[in-house]
Write a protein that binds this ligand. Structure first.
Ligand code: SF4
Length: 439
């Protein structure tokens, strides 16, 4: 739980020596409370202060690495308080007896979605043992591990899980379904191979003492899986467990691993939406359904974007195709989504062009204009600062149809330029090009 400035001051030497750069220990304590200073800046902090403040500065939800992804580490219960930190990892399950296993693993590995400048991939492959022959499971784990993604082991027994653990040492991953009975044995295997352990039990009361005991024993790379029969139960359990973590119940301070075990597309959709919106750490889809996963990747991106910072492009001039001094200019704001929509449409109709993005703090066209950040004067100055008047023979600029009213101001600021009012929607760019620019 976060300490106040006064509580922190009581732990400091109170000599006001100023060596930390603050005039008093209280001023330094206030900075620590506001996370604007580090305790290491005070050379005289006692071991007791380090221990207490170190524990107090731990996030309520344990942060872990799963391959290239981060899981947990959340500092806020609600996204609107500031932001959620680490996206729910999307994983896909393969069964050990599935036909065409290698092909499916290749497809999972090959899945890439580029959206608003982010490259989105499937974060892990889960392997489920569906029959009693451990050999088949081990073979399937080897195939999954060769893809280089973290692997989630879902074996039928702890001895099979333990045997498979060493096979995923290099790619990393999770040993799933450690029960109160098998937790110690599987924690040892996870520790030995640098893996995460997911603890499950019939209820939170059953899981809580297991995670507490493992942590006390020195192993804390944990996730939890709380079984739920219905969507509402799933929602409730995730919420209660996360609130408990933020209420300083350390034994619940872990991200959730959830397997979705149904073939019903709407159940998969509902459960995965619940996990992405309500604190899921890793969600395992029962199969690779590209349309469904791409939709949920988009949802995830929306939920895990800092609501106080619109995703934005660096202001500047961007090339579309192979533009030259005779190419047209297009204008829009530096809101990433707008940039990718507009650039995609211009490129899609075979235009070589320059796309001009002035600094608009990542706002969309109408919002930026309404906030006074996308006016004719500013755009003219921005174009001049880029040296366009000297470098370009073709001085044609297409401006967004939503801000047709700034055309005159740009013409005044850039005499001799041909300012065209383009379409309001990016989807109408092709017809605008065909009807206006191709003449
Ligand atoms: S360095 Fe430590 S003891 Fe000195 S003023 Fe800062 S907090 Fe106080």
């Amino acid at each position: 739980m976060a300490l106040t400035g006064l509580q922190i001051q009581k732990l400091l030497p109170k000599t006001n020596c100023k060596e930390c750069g603050s005039n008093t220990c209280l001023a330094f304590a206030m900075k620590l409370a506001g996370k604007k200073a580090e305790l290491s800046e005070c050379p005289y902090a006692s071991d007791e202060a380090k221990a207490i403040l170190g524990a107090a500065s731990e996030p309520p939800v344990k942060a872990l690495s799963l391959g290239e992804a981060k899981v947990g580490g959340e500092l806020y219960l609600y996204r609107h308080e500031k932001t959620f930190m680490n996206q729910t990892v999307i994983a896909v399950n393969v069964n050990d007896t599935a036909d065409g296993l290698q092909e499916t693993v290749d497809q999972i590995k090959g899945y890439v979605l580029e959206r608003v400048g982010e490259i989105l991939t499937i974060g892990a492959i889960a392997v489920t043992q569906t029959q009693d022959d451990p050999g088949k499971f081990i073979e399937a784990v080897k195939i999954a591990a060769a893809a280089g993604r973290p692997v989630i082991l879902r074996a039928k027994s702890s001895s099979v899980a333990r045997d498979a653990a060493s096979l995923i040492k290099d790619c990393g991953g999770i040993i799933a379904n450690a029960t109160p009975e098998s937790a110690d044995e599987l924690a040892a295997a996870a520790k030995e191979n640098g893996l995460i352990l997911s603890v499950t039990g019939a209820t939170m009361d059953e899981i809580s003492p297991v995670t507490a005991k493992l942590k006390e024993g020195g192993f804390n790379d944990l996730l939890i899986t709380i079984p739920a029969d219905t969507l509402s139960q799933n929602f409730q359990l995730n919420t209660v467990a996360r609130r408990a973590a933020f209420g300083n119940v350390k034994s619940m301070g872990y991200s959730f691993l959830r397997f979705i075990d149904t073939d019903d597309m709407y159940d998969i959709l509902r459960t995965s939406i619940n996990e992405i919106c309500k604190y899921g750490g890793v969600v395992v889809f029962p199969k690779l359904d590209i349309a469904l996963i791409s939709t949920l990747m988009t949802l995830r991106q929306n939920i895990y974007t800092d609501p106080q910072k619109p995703i934005q492009m660096e202001p500047g001039i961007y090339k579309i195709g192979e533009p030259n001094e005779n190419s047209n200019f297009w204008l829009t704001t530096n809101f990433s989504l707008t940039y990718f929509l507009v650039s995609g449409e211009i490129e899609g109709c075979g235009q070589n062009a320059w796309l001009l993005l002035p600094e608009c703090e990542g706002l969309s066209v109408l919002t930026a204009w309404a906030a006074g950040k996308f006016g004719g004067d500013m755009i003219s100055k921005f174009a001049k600062a880029q040296g366009l008047e000297e470098s370009q023979k073709n001085k044609t600029m297409v401006i967004p149809g939503y801000v047709a009213q700034i055309k005159g101001d740009i013409e005044e600021g850039l005499p001799g330029w041909n300012i065209l009012v383009g379409p309001q929607e990016a989807s109408d760019i092709e017809s605008f090009v065909n009807s206006t620019l191709s003449k």
